[in-house]
Design a protein around this ligand. Structure first.
Ligand code: C2E
Ligand code: CA
Ligand code: CA
Length: 690
């Protein structure tokens, strides 16, 4: 086993430099010593033929190493060890020390390994072979060829020589590992000493066998050498298995399992050494649409293209992985703080700057975007799971806000003050709902109320739903209970409206996270049952983001909701990443056009746009709602443009339930006049017939 890749770029740590220099110096001293003995005793090998075969095989074997990934370091194993060990019997004196150094150095030179590493490896072999030779000499067993040895003493000596070579080699190398990992030397030795026993440990005892066979029956030497080839092949197979088990075959990046293992190791090291690490999770936007419309070949090219760019953009010590699907992850094992982490996020998000030009698509280049969530380890997050969850939540929030990246906020973690106060608010009276009316444009009848959440914080006063809902989405375990609470309050309010004779619907906003929850449909249906309300009185408002994370799952959930007669309206349509083609395969009943379009309706272009949007809704059989209708002029204009429904301050502001009931009572006479016309108005089918 030997050192291969530089585990970190740039300069080596000071302690390592001193240590490496020490080993190289000791190697030189031992080499000089061996040379002097060689001069005295002569260098001529006992078996010139074997010496030549061993020397050639040593270099060839060194040039063909098997690479393993151990922790974060690349280590290599070569079968040359058997020949190094055999050499101590073939070359008298300490000639084997020099031969080992020469073979190791020439192989490393051929492989263009850095000079420092080359010198270190050569010194390491000189020291271990020197120690092995010393043991053989002390046991009187070095002359395997001229005086065939028998007896237990010979066995013990030979075994001890092999063990000493193994130990010296490993102990020297593990010091490097312990310095690089910032671990205590003893701990590293305890953990890693036996790691190479199946390869190196098996190769060493083959040394004497090669010598005995080669000297007594040279024609049979190839058979003995075959044994070393067997070790080589099995090590290679093991390395390939390890590679396959840790790599994603498409992108060649590490897979989720390997990423988690690396993160675990890095976090453990960080906790020991006090360094922090940054985890980035990245998800492509609208990848499914690319796959669906352009085919999987193009999808694959997007994945490999982004993977290549990520590797290029990430710092050299970063661990880059594909977590599956269109999700990637980057881990920086050492980061000075959030600021540095953000700088890297900036660099990583630049992978979306240039479009991807797939070979398979004859179409134009593809503009691919994505969202990155990042979390920096610290007091808030002490495990990989917590860190990953925080980064994931940040990525999600990022997607929702259409940012390129977003840093996870430790204040939003479970156990934080903010988390607790939100939990309290959801369970208690600090949160309540207000209701904003939606009018039928033709009849001016009240069709529905949109339930809007309010949070009156005991200290901070009114907090906007935009703010606290984002926070809840970024935290784990809050949005589910919140939406359940909203549904319950909204349906209770609806029951009292119905009881007062106002047969309207209630529209409830739901978070994209709700749609991803497999138990969401049953939650809704159970809430309806609890209040004994039919599904057709409930409309859920979703945003486009809901469809971005897992469109298939979202589609299934929506279809199931629709099967219960529940309406689903797309909220704020046109404000985000909507694509027109998306509308045709999402189960919906309504389209709420974002209020920015309403505000723009005074211009000719704005009005044409609105007409087009109404058309779009109608083509798909959807009820069209104009949002942000702030006055009567706008209300009339929206009716003229063709909207089915209007909503806004001009019709009514969000009101408490009591105010709502009073407001409804005030309009009761108008409703009565209108009620008869509703059935003829040709409303979409999910609107309850009255
Ligand atoms: P939204 O679903 O688009 O709700 C409409 C927002 O526009 C409401 O703000 C409403 O008060 C405001 N609005 C209504 N008419 C007008 C108008 O004529 N002009 C203007 N300028 N604004 C008008 P609000 O209540 O602050 O809610 C903001 C957002 O918070 C909502 O946007 C919705 O995305 C979210 N939200 C509110 N309640 C809930 C809830 O219970 N669950 C979830 N998931 N989200 C909610
Ligand atoms: Ca809404
Ligand atoms: Ca809206």
């Amino acid at each position: 086993m030997r050192q291969e890749e530089p585990p970190t770029s740039g300069g080596l740590p000071g302690a390592l430099r001193v240590y490496v220099a020490g080993v190289i110096a000791s190697g030189l001293v031992v080499g000089a010593l061996a040379f002097r003995v060689g001069v005295e005793e002569g260098f001529a090998p006992h078996a010139p033929f074997l010496a030549v075969v061993f020397a050639i095989t040593m270099v060839v074997a060194e040039v063909l190493p098997v690479q393993f990934l151990r922790k974060e370091d690349q280590v290599v194993t070569t079968v040359s060890l058997a020949y190094f060990c055999g050499m101590i019997f073939v070359l008298p004196g300490y000639g084997a020390v020099l031969a080992a150094a020469a073979a190791s150095a020439s192989a490393d030179a051929l492989r263009r390994i850095s000079p420092v590493k080359l010198a270190f490896n050569a010194a390491m072999f000189m020291l271990s072979i020197f120690a092995g030779t010393l043991v053989l000499r002390m046991g009187g067993a070095q002359d395997l060829l001229t005086m065939p040895q028998t007896g237990v003493g010979f066995l013990i000596t030979t075994f001890a020589a092999c063990a000493v070579i193994y130990l010296v080699n490993n102990l020297l190398l593990l010091r490097v590992v312990s310095i690089l990992e910032g671990d205590r030397y003893l701990a590293t030795v305890r953990r890693d000493l036996l790691a190479s026993l199946p390869t190196d440990g098996m190769l060493l005892p083959l040394g004497p066998i090669l010598v005995v066979v080669g000297s007594s029956h040279p024609v049979l030497l190839p058979f003995a050498m075959l044994l070393t080839a067997v070790v080589y092949v099995s090590a290679k197979v093991a390395a390939e298995c390890q590679h396959d088990a840790t790599r994603d075959p498409l992108s060649g990046l590490l897979n989720r399992r390997a990423f988690d293992a690396s993160a675990e190791a890095a976090l453990e090291k960080g906790q020991r050494t006090g360094t922090r690490l940054a985890m980035y999770l990245m998800d492509l936007n609208g990848f499914k649409a690319i796959n669906d419309s352009l085919g999987h070949h193009v999808g694959d090219e997007v994945i490999t293209g982004i993977a290549e760019r990520l590797v290029a953009a990430a710092p050299p010590d970063a661990i880059v992985a594909r977590m599956g699907g269109d999700e990637f992850a980057v881990l920086l094992p050492e980061i000075s703080g959030t600021e540095a982490a953000v700088e890297i996020a900036e660099r990583l998000s630049a992978v979306f700057d240039a479009p991807i030009s797939p070979d398979h698509a004859r179409e134009a280049d593809l503009a691919v975007t994505g969202s990155i969530g990042l979390a920096v380890s610290g007091p808030g997050w002490s495990t990989v799971t917590e860190l990953a969850r925080a980064a994931d939540a940040a990525m999600y929030a990022c997607k929702r806000r259409s940012n390129r990246y977003l840093v996870a906020n430790p204040d939003l973690q479970p156990g934080s003050e903010h988390h607790r106060s939100l939990q309290e608010a959801i369970a208690g009276d600090q949160m309540y709902l207000v209701y904003q009316p939606l009018l039928d444009t033709r009849t001016e009848a009240v069709l529905a109320f949109e339930a809007l959440a309010r949070w009156e914080h005991p200290e901070h006063g009114m907090i906007s739903p935009v703010e606290f809902i984002q926070d809840m989405e970024a935290m784990s375990g809050l949005i589910g209970p919140f939406t359940e609470r909203v549904l319950d309050d909204a349906l209770l309010a609806l029951a009292s409206m119905h009881a007062a004779g106002h047969m309207v619907q209630v529209q409830v906003n739901i978070s994209p996270l709700n749609l991803a929850d497999p138990s969401f449909v049953s939650t809704v249906v159970e809430a309806l049952d609890r209040h004994d309300i039919d599904g057709r009185w409930l409309v859920l408002e979703i945003t486009e983001t809901a469809l971005m994370a897992d469109a298939d799952a979202a589609r299934r959930t929506l279809a199931e909701l629709l099967s219960f007669g529940i309406g689903v309206a797309m909220d704020d349509f046109g404000s985000g990443h909507s694509s027109l083609s998306m509308l045709k395969d999402i189960p919906l009943t309504g389209l709420k056009i974002d209020r920015s379009f309403t505000a723009d309706s005074h211009s000719e272009r704005g009005e044409a746009m609105l007409r087009m949007l109404v058309q779009l809704a109608h083509i798909h059989g959807l009820q069209s709602t104009a949002e942000g209708v702030e006055d009567k002029v706008l209300q009339r204009r929206m009716a003229a443009v063709g909207f089915d429904v209007v909503q806004g301050y001009g019709i009514g502001r969000p009101m408490s339930l009591d105010q709502t009931l009073a407001w409804l009572a005030g309009r009761a006479s108008l409703d009565l006049a209108v009620e008869l016309n509703v059935a003829e108005a040709g409303l979409p089918q999910h609107v309850p017939n009255r």
